[in-house]
Design a protein around this ligand. Structure first.
Ligand code: PNS
Length: 161
């Protein structure tokens, strides 16, 4: 079975990669899909986010089970076009759950055949978010525990400009 793992991934963190690995162990194929043109402003363009993910997974043992793409518009429409009935979302703590629950139920209302599966990352990654990574990067802090080395280099370059 195939699953779709959507998100902004601006940038991908070790938390996302933990979820992606768990999904790759559960499903035959996982497509990690970058949301383009969400109403959020992003640090990296969609093309950059896709490339960063490709570089992050290329040496992983489970990397061959993962494809990377991007989408605009409604996630469930992208899922239908991709022939996928399962969406993956990571939940870190209770505060994530309310938003995730609402989104999963809205997606289900829009596309009753599509279900959302929630996965939890390793406990030590439960506080890691792309938002906080951007904040630490902005102020020049050490990101080595939160993102792969190439992500740290690229995000720091962005904020130097
Ligand atoms: O990493 P994020 O920002 O929490 O990801 C949220 C994302 C991109 C998965 C979500 O906002 C999304 O699916 N956006 C596309 C529009 C849509 O289908 N929204 C859900 C139904 S309301």
């Amino acid at each position: 079975m195939k699953a779709l793992y959507p998100g902004s991934f601006d940038p991908i963190t070790y938390g996302h990669l933990d979820i992606l690995e768990r999904a790759a162990n559960l499903f035959d194929e996982v497509v990690i899909t970058v949301a383009v043109n969400t109403r959020k402003e992003s640090v990296f363009t969609a093309e950059e986010r896709v490339q960063i993910i490709q570089d992050a997974i290329k040496d992983k043992a489970w990397g061959n089970k993962v494809k990377v793409d991007s989408f605009t518009g409604l996630l469930v429409e992208h899922a239908k076009k991709s022939n996928v009935q399962t969406l993956i979302r990571g939940v870190r703590q209770l505060s994530d759950f309310e938003y995730e629950f609402r989104m999963a139920l809205m997606n289900r209302r829009l596309a009753p055949d599509i279900d959302t599966v929630f996965l939890m990352p390793r406990e030590e990654l439960t506080f890691v978010s792309a938002t906080l990574v951007r904040e630490v990067a902005y102020w020049g802090g050490d990101l080595s525990q939160f993102v792969p080395p190439h992500v740290e280099t690229l995000i720091k370059e962005k904020f130097k400009k």
